[in-house]
Each structure stands twice: as C-alpha cells, then as structure tokens.
Design a protein around this ligand. Structure first.
Ligand code: NAX
Ligand code: ATP
Ligand code: MG
Length: 347
C-alpha cells in the first residue's frame, strides 16, 4: 500500500529524501520476497507439470484488423509449456495467423456482421457455437479477447462461447476486447471463480466506471480492486500497469519487479497466454493434491503472479539486448530463458 501511494510522473520520483530512502527499503524487501515467491510458485508448477500436464489452451480472438494479438497469446502459451495452442478467429484472420507459425492450430470459424445476412444470423451463430463445443472439453483454459474486435454479431457469438465454457467448468482468461464484451455484459463472468480478468489502464477504468459507478482511485487502489472483485463476485482480476495488482476479492498481491521501460503493443497478449498456462497448472496441481483448508490458495491468483513475473523478466532481458527497438516478438524469444533462470527444467 505504501508503494502504491508513491507518485510517479515521467519516470521521476516525486518524493522527499526521507520517503525516497523508505521507498528503496520497502522495495528491496518486496523484491526479495517476490523473488522467493516466484521461485516457489514456478518450481511447484514445474513439479506439477513434469511433462505430463502441459496443458491445452485456446485463444478466442483474431479478426480483420488484429492478427498479432491472438498470435502473441497463442505462441506465448506454447513457449511457456502448453502442448497445444488453438486459435478460434474470423476467416479473414485465419490464413494470416497460420502463416505466422505452423505450431498453431487455427480454426477460421468466427464471423463478423458484414459477412452475415440478417436472416442467417441465428443459424450461423448456432453453427459457430457447435463448432467450438466440439473442441471445448479438450481445453484446460481459454483466453477470450486478444484481437477479437468489437463487432456486435461477433460479440454475441463469443458471449455464447463464454456461457458454454462456464457450464463446462473451463477456466477463462478475459483480455482485450473480451473485456469490452464483459464490461457491457457483466453477467458473463459474475460469480465465476474460474474467470480471470486482465485489464490494462483503460480497460480497468471502463470496468470500474461500469461496475462500481465511480472513477479509478489511485490512493486506495488495493481497496478499490478488492471491492471490484467482490462486486462482480468470485473472479480474479489482474490490474496491469507499472505494478500489477492481483486480487480475488480476498487479498491483493502486487508484482512490481522491474520489467522494461519500453512499452510495445502485445505485451499484454504474452501475459494472457502465459497466465492461461500457469493457472491451468496450478489448478491441476491443487485438484490432484489435497490442501489443508486454512492454507488453500486460489490457483487463478497463482497463475497471474507467475505470468506477471515471467513477462517482466523476459521484457527486461529483451530490453537489455534490443534497447529501444524492443518489440513483442523479442520478448517472446526470451520466455524460455526467463523460465529457465527462474526455474530450471532439470532432466
Ligand atoms: N498487434 C496486434 O494485433 C495487437 C492487437 N491488440 C488488440 O487491440 C484491441 C484493442 O486494444 P486497445 O488496448 O487498443 O483498446 P483500448 O480501447 O483499451 O485502448 C484505447 C486506446 O488506448 C491506448 N492504450 C491502450 N492501453 C494503453 C496503455 N497501457 N498505455 C497507453 N495507451 C494505451 C490504445 O493504443 C488505444 O489507442 C484488443 O483486441 C487487443 O487485444 C493489442 O493487444 C496490441 C497488439
Ligand atoms: N507503466 C508500466 N511500467 C512497467 N511495466 C508495465 C507498465 N505498464 C504495463 N507494464 C507491463 O506490461 C504488461 C502488460 O500491460 P499493458 O498495460 O501493456 O497491457 P495491454 O495494454 O493490455 O497490452 P497489449 O498491448 O498487449 O494490449 C503488464 O503486466 C506489466 O508487466
Ligand atoms: Mg491488451
């Protein structure tokens, strides 16, 4: 909370000397604590996966405008350790995404309003859902939203997919335009403890305005995040920013290890793909190893912490090498080394 109350502007700390010293003391302690936590979580997760539960992830996203975002999310899931990464996107986006990588399984099934006649809407919507349902049971987690776009017909179809995922108990990470969808239809995630929302600055602002009916309050960031989780009910939210704040409405965890000063579009997509894998591993581990109730942890929260720490490390390494020319692809290249530094693969 002390960390949150500090005021940053254009990289300069607006603090007195006293609070500056206090800041470094608090930060050093936080840094060591977070490093320890990071090692524990990732080594637990590595024991969990142990090449027998790599995870199958699906990204619901990709349209005429955006082909990068679903690719970044899907390839990051693979680079982090998933064995299969699917992308469900519009027909226009599919060939482009396939051509980025032969590793991805791409389903060109979504449609936007411009390609569907009014009288066809119902039947097209049903066949899209039927096609996704055929695959759904195989997924350990889905990510809804990277590069999805905001077409109204598409939004309706994806809403149906989310309802089905929920019925099937499939964890769902909601990012990008998926957050636009749920902000206008909060019932889609209400009381769903398997839902993770990963809003950026603007997505969070819209969510707070809609759900809490007020503006973002930086002074009481943790309390406001807790209130937001509680109001929606059950969900885990990772509020992205200079520090990532993660809460399931019970407590708030902050990840503020140094990442990169470079902001490039697509870092959030790496995060959503990684969080999908880590939360699946954590959930699988907790489901197969009974935990004493008092020490029970939320696997969705663990997944967010691990994803955030990993992305920050990879971004730092990519910036060290590429400096200001760093782009998202450079960060993805460092996911493997970062994972290795944090938690070596062993044999
Ligand atoms: N290469 C790609 O295909 C990418 C596509 N993306 C997708 O683009 C769609 C729209 O996402 P937006 O984030 O633009 O939508 P928003 O409506 O949240 O953002 C509105 C505006 O704010 C800017 N903005 C967003 N986050 C910011 C930040 N942290 N700091 C400063 N400015 C910020 C954006 O550039 C945009 O102009 C989503 O589906 C998203 O997944 C992004 O993931 C980026 C990469
Ligand atoms: N101001 C910042 N300083 C340092 N790191 C940041 C900052 N903002 C975001 N990050 C890092 O980047 C990650 C992605 O957050 P960001 O706000 O860029 O998401 P996004 O806008 O959804 O990204 P995308 O461009 O993929 O849509 C965060 O988890 C965090 O680690
Ligand atoms: Mg984003």
């Amino acid at each position: 909370e002390k960390w949150n109350s500090h005021n940053f502007q254009d990289g300069k700390f607006l603090m007195s000397v006293k609070s500056y010293l206090k800041f470094w003391l608090v930060h050093s302690i936080l840094f060591l604590g977070v490093l320890k936590l990071q090692q524990n979580i990732l080594s637990n997760l590595s024991v969990t996966c142990h090449y027998c539960f790599p995870g199958k992830i699906a990204i619901i996203g990709g349209c005429r405008e955006y082909t990068g975002a679903p690719y970044f999310a899907a390839i990051s899931a693979l680079r982090v350790g998933a064995d299969l990464s699917h992308v469900f996107c519009t027909k226009d986006a599919a060939t482009v995404i396939k051509s980025y990588s032969p590793e991805l399984i791409v389903h060109p099934i979504l449609e936007e309003s411009y390609s569907v006649r009014d009288d066809e809407r119902e039947s097209v919507s049903s066949s899209i859902l039927a096609e996704v349902i055929k695959w759904m049971e195989r997924f350990d987690c889905i990510v809804v939203g990277p590069g999805l776009g905001r077409d109204s017909f598409l939004m309706d179809c994806v809403g149906n997919i989310m309802r089905h995922a929920r019925q099937a108990n499939i964890p769902t990470v909601v990012d990008g335009d998926g957050l636009f969808l749920i902000t206008n239809n909060i019932g889609l995630v209400e009381d769903n403890s398997l839902a993770i929302l990963t809003p950026n600055v603007y997505e969070y602002k819209r969510l707070v305005q809609k759900v809490l009916n007020c503006e973002v309050n930086e002074e009481n960031a943790s309390e406001q995040l807790t209130a937001l989780c509680q109001k929606i009910g059950g969900v885990t939210i990772m509020r992205k920013g200079k520090a990532d704040l993660i809460s399931d409405g019970k407590k708030v965890t902050q990840v503020s290890t140094f990442g990169s000063p470079r902001r490039c579009g697509g870092q959030g997509d790496i995060l959503s793909g990684s969080v999908a894998v880590f939360s699946s591993w954590a959930r699988h581990f907790l489901l197969s190893n009974e935990q004493p109730k008092e020490t029970s942890v939320n696997p969705m929260v663990l997944g967010c912490i691990a994803g955030s720490l990993l992305l920050r490390k990879a971004a730092a390494l990519a910036f060290e090498k590429n400096k200001r020319s760093t782009v998202t692809t450079d960060i993805i290249e460092f996911l493997g080394q970062s994972l290795e530094d944090i938690c070596p693969a062993g044999r």
